[in-house]
Design a protein. Structure first.
Length: 299
């Protein structure tokens, strides 16, 4: 049976993509992580990582196990929190709005943990575009919203707290020539076919940082589907730049997607909680805010 120590070391290595960085984050030796991962691979009977000169990356089995490992770690953390809190006393309802990207790649594992910790709290969910959520906050139709706060417009009336800053990186198919380059600039990308995601204002953000770098992408396809983007990249049909939060190394058809840093001024994609400044947060909203701050691991 895998130990919590092995699971913790595995998660750290998977998130850092380098044994040295994971060891530094945990203040332990590199050999301790290496041994724990080898023991875990023997216990599970699968290979969790592939190794290269640039670091480590998850295998298909590793990606699957990472989800289970995070759930195990979260369950333990929730149990400790439940023992320390008077959770049964937390009642009421919270009207929570969210955008497409937050719903698909951020919220629900956290919401499941929140509901386990505070079983009497009722969370009413609504998905909508960021502009509509801002209007609903002002109209009092929702209490709080989880959205890309980097896109917020009315910052004077709407307060927010950033929970996660997700770095944007270049997505490439395995074997692409740019993976071998020590430095990649935006100019290196302009002749490559580019797929542009237009969900959750991703196209607006992309157009902004491409313009800031004074070059234009060779857009061959626009789509609202992140999985379509992933498949196009994995099959070599196009490249793109997207955030770590929505990155997964495998497409639905089993193709591999690699990432690489770009030497350019590209802003992070920031996820956060927003609310109307003039309206006091309810006790449940405060608790939800505190829970998110303690639960979210920065990317």
């Amino acid at each position: 049976m895998p130990s919590l120590r092995q699971i913790r070391y595995f998660i750290a290595a998977a998130e850092a993509q380098k044994i040295t960085s994971a060891a530094a984050a945990l203040s332990i030796s590199q050999s301790a992580i290496t041994i724990a991962i080898k023991e875990l691979e023997v216990e599970l009977g699968v290979r969790l990582f592939t190794r290269s000169a640039s670091g480590i990356s998850l295998t298909f089995e590793g990606v699957r196990f990472l989800t289970h490992a995070r759930n195990i770690e979260a369950t333990v953390a929730d149990s400790v929190r439940a023992m320390r809190s008077e959770t049964q006393a937390i009642q009421g309802s919270l009207r929570l709005g969210m955008t497409y990207t937050v719903a698909g790649y951020f919220l629900f594992p956290l919401l499941a943990r929140f509901r386990r910790t505070f079983p009497d709290a009722i969370i009413d969910l609504l998905e909508d575009e960021r502009t509509a959520l801002e209007r609903k906050l002002k109209a009092g139709e929702i209490d709080v919203a989880l959205l890309l706060v980097s896109n917020l417009e009315d910052r004077e009336r709407i307060a927010h707290r950033t929970l996660l800053r997700s770095k944007r990186r270049l997505w490439l198919p395995s074997g692409h020539v740019l993976l071998k380059e020590t430095k990649v600039t935006m100019v290196d990308l302009i002749r490559e076919p580019y797929v542009l995601l237009n969900a959750d204002e991703a196209d607006r953000s992309a157009e902004g940082y491409w313009k800031k770098n004074k070059v234009e992408p060779n857009v061959v396809f626009r789509t609202s589907s992140i999985e379509a983007v992933r498949s196009m990249v994995a099959t070599g049909a196009a490249i793109t730049i997207l955030s770590d939060m929505v990155y997964r190394p495998w497409s639905l058809d089993g193709g591999r997607v690699e990432t690489k840093d770009v030497s350019a001024s590209i802003p992070t994609m920031d996820v956060g909680l927003a609310w109307l400044r003039k309206r006091a947060l309810s006790r449940l909203a405060h608790i939800f805010d505190e829970f998110l701050r303690s639960a979210v691991v920065p990317a």
